[in-house]
Design a binder for this molecule. Structure first.
Ligand code: 13P
Length: 252
């Protein structure tokens, strides 16, 4: 059985003080919740303070990106060991990074390998845009992204990776994908591809989240799908009560 994992991607929101306030509130509200892994992904500037606010609570911390190189003249970048000093997780290949900052499958694969080398759990984002969706290209596209992301990764490391299936057209639009369709895409295109590469046992061990306009009023329909192992949440992760509802929806 895969433990569900619900992660909040705060994107470019929350000052240090706001991050601490939200974290404290989540800590209180989630104290009795078990059976689901919770991860907070604040901006780099708030990682240290969020870690301190998490304290001994069973809440994971992730960065929203990182560089694959160990160190060097890369102005503005943060290395895997810097992230690993504070975090257990790192979001990689988010569509906003691919779209606005020129990230590629090959670069994100280097990041995924670097993350595993530092014992970080990568949350690797994949997903098609609206044109690809309308043209019926989703399965092939997403399968290809999964293949690239896992290039050169051992089966042992693969089972420690989390995938987030985020159709680009569903992100921040209020227009979530159909839960049954998501279940099908994850089962066939994502887990099917993983099974081709690593075999069925490893494929069954890898957690796959859905992301894209997940909200308290639609989360239940995603949570009941057998292939969906949690959510990667943007907007609805910025308010404590809303995020708590999403986490609770995935409790077994
Ligand atoms: P929204 O939940 O705001 O649609 O964002 C999803 C997302 O991009 C999470 O990484």
């Amino acid at each position: 059985m895969r433990t569900p994992i619900v992660a909040g991607n705060w994107k470019m929101h929350k000052t240090v003080a706001q991050a601490v306030e939200l974290t404290r509130s989540l800590r209180r509200a989630l104290v009795d919740v078990s059976g689901v892994e919770v991860v907070l992904c604040p901006p780099f500037t708030a990682l240290a303070a969020t870690r301190e606010a998490i304290g001994p609570a069973k809440i994971g911390l992730g960065s929203q990106d990182m560089h694959f190189e160990e160190q060097g003249a890369f102005t503005g970048e943060v290395s895997p060991s810097m992230v690993a000093e504070l975090c257990q997780f790192v979001i990689l290949g988010h569509s906003e990074r691919r779209q606005y900052f020129g990230e590629t499958d090959a670069g994100d694969n280097k990041k995924a390998r670097a993350a595993r080398a530092h014992n970080l759990t990568p949350i690797i984002c994949v997903g098609e845009n609206l044109d690809q969706n309308r043209a019926g290209e989703t399965a092939a596209w997403v399968g290809g992204q999964v293949r690239s992301a896992f290039e050169g990764i051992s089966p042992e490391d693969a089972s420690r990776v989390v995938i987030a299936y985020e159709p680009i057209w569903a992100i921040g639009t209020g227009l979530a994908a159909e839960p049954a369709e998501v279940n099908q895409i994850i089962g066939v295109s994502i887990r099917g591809t993983l099974s081709d590469i690593f075999g069925e046992t490893v494929a069954q061990s890898i957690r796959v989240q859905y992301g894209g306009s997940v909200k308290p009023d639609n989360v239940a329909a995603f949570a009941i799908q057998p292939e969906i192992d949690g959510a990667l949440v943007g907007g609805a992760s910025l308010k404590s009560d809303r995020f708590v509802e999403l986490v609770k929806a995935f409790t077994p």
